[in-house]
Design a protein around this ligand. Structure first.
Ligand code: AMP
Ligand code: MG
Length: 330
């Protein structure tokens, strides 16, 4: 059973090949900008232009012929509509050409399911990406959202702060680098905003912008602000994740999403897990960021449980929520 996954929800177009849970290839290309954020139409054009090439190189790397493909798994939700449409058009043309079914995979759920490939069985997922920030776990037939952002995703928040500092997209890795230049004594108190299990970042964003704009030596201020941002925002996420572990009684934490590449966030999660005797799983970077191997991996699990979709009926669902989906495959 050879499943080819396609990831297209936002900035990344990827194709990944999975065979019985084994990842044979995971090729991706990301839309970036020198300044400013993602323009959905531009990102969709990026997907259109790289799709065929990424498809070919993923099959080649996996050493799989098109005739061997059993099904296509497509990240048809949630995401930016133009990007989802680009991916769906591509997936449909391939599926028709090859006469194989397409299974629609929810991108957020794929970030959780891929945790199984690194050994997690029934984890709490801290999903920290650009547009999404959620704490997700399985309960009674669905992946429930135990906590989430009330305004922007953590990554979008970090990228917006990065833009204030004149950094292009994505700002996250640059902010992490700057933060390493500061230490505890540089910490500036920012609004620690956690309501119940939910978090919010807009207050912190405004405060950082104000502090930056009023700073005499702006360059000097950047590392301190980056450090303080990370310490505050990540502590909020880890607190919510810890409470989800406590409430659900689960004993595994999985990290997912691009922001999870941040070494400081990983360290804070690891410490929290150690302190409460939970296991911590952090997939390798290629499986943390938006990628198609996780889509293929999840698609295979879904197909094995008997789920099938008609090539002509599949549609994009830009606003589908994690807890909209009946999880019939576990
Ligand atoms: P995703 O949407 O899951 O692909 O993740 C993209 C987001 O991850 C962007 O907002 C990036 O700025 C952010 N990101 C990537 N690497 C890092 C990092 N090392 N630290 C913080 N954020 C990061
Ligand atoms: Mg993602």
């Amino acid at each position: 059973m050879v499943i080819v996954g396609i990831e297209c929800t936002a900035h990344t177009f990827g194709v990944g090949v999975v065979d019985k849970g084994k990842i044979l290839s995971n090729v991706r290309d990301m839309y970036t900008t020198e300044e400013g954020g993602i323009i959905p139409m531009e990102s969709a054009k990026h997907h259109d232009s790289v799709a065929e090439e990424i498809w070919k190189s993923a099959l080649k790397e996996a050493d799989v012929k098109e005739s061997e493909i059993t099904a296509i798994a497509l990240s048809n939700a949630p995401g930016l509509a133009p990007c989802l449409l680009s991916g769906m058009k591509f997936a449909k043309s391939k599926a028709k050409e090859l006469g194989v079914p397409i299974v629609g995979v929810n991108h957020c759920i794929a970030h959780l399911e891929i945790g199984r490939s690194v050994g997690a069985t029934d984890p709490v997922l801290l999903y920290a990406s650009g547009a999404n920030t959620q704490i997700i776990a399985y309960a009674a037939g669905k992946y429930r959202v135990f906590g989430e952002t009330l305004d922007t995703g953590i990554g979008n928040f970090i990228d917006k702060v990065g833009r204030t500092f004149g950094m292009g997209f994505p700002g996250g890795p640059k902010i992490e680098k700057e933060a390493l230049k500061a230490s505890e004594e540089d910490y500036i108190e920012l609004s620690y905003s956690i309501k119940g299990m939910d978090v919010s970042f807009s207050g912190m964003q405004t405060k950082i912008q104000q502090l930056y704009n009023s700073a005499k030596d702006k360059e000097f201020e950047i590392p301190k602000l980056c450090f303080s941002l990370q310490e505050t925002a990540f502590a909020m996420l880890v607190e919510a994740a810890e409470r989800a572990l406590a409430h659900t009684g689960k004993t595994e934490l999985v990290l997912g999403g691009g922001v999870a590449c941040n070494a400081r966030l990983q360290e804070m999660c690891k410490l929290m897990c150690q302190e409460r005797g939970a296991k911590f799983f952090c997939p390798e970077r290629p499986l943390l960021v938006d990628n198609a191997a996780m889509i293929a991996y999840t698609g295979e699990i879904m197909l094995n449980s008997g789920i099938k979709e008609d090539v002509d009926k599949i549609d994009i669902k830009p606003r589908e929520r994690t807890d909209d989906i009946a999880v019939t495959w576990r």
